[in-house]
Write a new protein. Structure first.
Lengths: 186, 294
């Protein structure tokens, strides 16, 4: 194909030089050119968030950005979360809280949560829900995801239990977001 | 998506030359949250996509109490919300920018893109109209200033001629006891397209609590965003009591020309124009009265 261009970018801390067509989205470049298939294709209209990556510290739908726009940017994808075989705290907490079922939305949720916690290490439940509002999950009902992020924030901050009176991991089951929001659970 | 050529001009001059050379075959790319969807759907088919985010004038927010605001057309909405001057002096425009889509969308979408996309339901446009924003446009024949209420011509169509580029918005510095507000109605809490949006900016004379200046902008109730001129004018010199606010709301409804669609009927939208106009005026007035404390 004619029309391919070279893009120099940084992905998960590594400098990357890649060849792509200008019409390819960043999501296509990640998945089809670089074979980083962690980022998922959902709606292709920016509604579902399954393709979320973090670019220069901000969450972005990689389906709504051209791959060529990545030149000079710092891109983090779900593949960069774990250190070798050691899961990132967020990944560990998603497992502990059963925050996924089919899993297609999970990489996007993890990256949105990562962007939030990097920016705000001690978010309230409302802030977590706001930050995750661009990610859709049709399995979990969201509460388990919110719990995992709450717990991950607490763990990363070295607290034994989440701040803001939110529910700790071991008593999490059966609590609704409304109960959490009202602080009915200690 | 069809094949495109991607251009990254570093200056206004370079951008205008590129856009002028390619005419209707070129489309500027800001945050891409509308454009990429249109490219994929084939509803826009430019051969040249001109990324304008490397041009300094388009990507900066500069504000001073002396000179007012220059808001680059490609500044992402999230940067507006993160900017202390924007939150303090233009809270209405800031809240409009901060309720467009998710954080993923706000990280990319821009106020300039919102306007150039030409949707009558664009959230930031009524807020810009309320503030009396002027759009600075450069093109092969030079520069011109376009009042934002005159920028959109029809759904998806604007005054921009082939080769022209929206550079920035220029907004006067807020006077004492001047503030803006924006409210929209959607049938859910977040992330939807406005059924109705209303922006208002008010300047009050605190010696007798009278309105010195008023501007009301309406969204999603006509083929383009609307400046409710009669409603705005009706408030000037008045005390903001219930009668003045009701009268302005009635005139705002008269300025609207909504249609029935899946988001609401025309009749319902007219009703909501009245409700939101009353609420947004009260909110702007409250902010204006408290603006000493900022």
């Amino acid at each position: 194909m004619a029309n391919k261009v070279i893009v120099e970018t940084t992905i998960n801390g590594d400098p990357v030089e890649l060849l792509c067509e200008p019409r390819q989205s960043l999501l296509e470049v990640l998945r089809d050119v670089l074979e980083l298939t962690g980022s998922k294709e959902g709606c292709l209209t920016g509604d579902c968030g399954a393709c979320t990556v973090v670019i220069d510290g901000r969450p972005v739908c990689s389906c709504l950005m051209l791959g060529v726009e990545a030149a000079g940017k710092q891109i983090s994808t779900v593949e960069g979360l774990a250190s070798g075989t050691a899961l990132h705290v967020l990944q560990q907490k998603f497992l502990e809280h059963a925050s996924l079922q089919c899993g297609i939305c999970t990489p996007g949720f993890l990256m949105s949560a990562k962007a939030l916690l990097d920016h705000n290490p001690n978010p309230t439940e409302a802030e977590i829900r706001y930050a995750l509002a661009g990610n859709l999950c049709r399995c979990t009902g969201y509460d388990k995801i919110v719990r995992a992020v709450t717990d991950a924030a607490a763990t990363m901050a070295g607290r034994s239990r989440p701040a803001h009176g939110a529910v700790p991991a071991e008593t999490a089951s059966g609590m609704t977001g409304e109960m959490l929001a009202k602080g009915e659970v200690k | 998506m069809h094949a495109i050529t991607y251009e990254t001009p570093k200056s206004l001059d370079e951008a205008v030359k590129l856009l002028a050379a390619h005419g209707e075959k070129a489309r500027p790319l800001s945050g891409g949250t509308d454009l990429l969807i249109q490219l994929r759907a084939g509803t826009r088919r430019p051969d040249f996509v001109v990324d304008i985010k490397r041009i300094p004038e388009l990507t900066r927010i500069s504000f001073s109490l002396q000179h007012g605001l220059r808001l680059g057309a490609a500044v992402p909405c999230i940067e507006i919300h993160e900017n202390g001057d924007m939150r303090k002096y233009y809270p209405g425009l800031t809240e409009a920018a901060h309720l467009i889509g998710s954080l993923q969308i706000q990280s990319r979408a821009s106020v300039g893109g919102n306007l150039c996309n030409g949707s009558p339901a664009a959230d930031t446009t009524p807020a810009l109209i309320a503030l009396g924003a002027q759009a600075r446009v450069v093109g092969p024949k030079g520069e011109r200033m376009v009042p934002v209420e005159g920028f959109c011509l029809a759904p998806g169509r604007t005054v921009l001629q082939p080769g022209e580029l929206l550079v920035e918005f220029q907004i006067p510095a807020p006077e004492r006891h001047c503030a803006d507000a924006y409210l929209r109605f959607i049938p859910r809490n977040e992330m939807d397209i406005a059924v109705v949006g209303v922006g208002a900016a008010l300047t009050l004379d605190m010696s007798d609590d009278r309105v010195v200046e008023a501007r009301i902008g309406l969204g999603a109730v006509g083929p383009t965003p609307i400046f409710a001129a009669e409603a705005s004018k009706s408030l000037i010199g008045k005390t903001l009591d219930a009668a003045a606010i009701d009268n302005a709301a009635r005139l705002a409804i008269a300025a609207s020309s909504p249609i029935d669609d899946m988001r609401g009927t025309a009749e319902y939208r007219r009703h909501v124009v009245g409700v939101l106009t009353r609420r947004v005026l009260a909110k702007a007035a409250e902010r204006a009265r408290q603006s000493d404390q900022r």
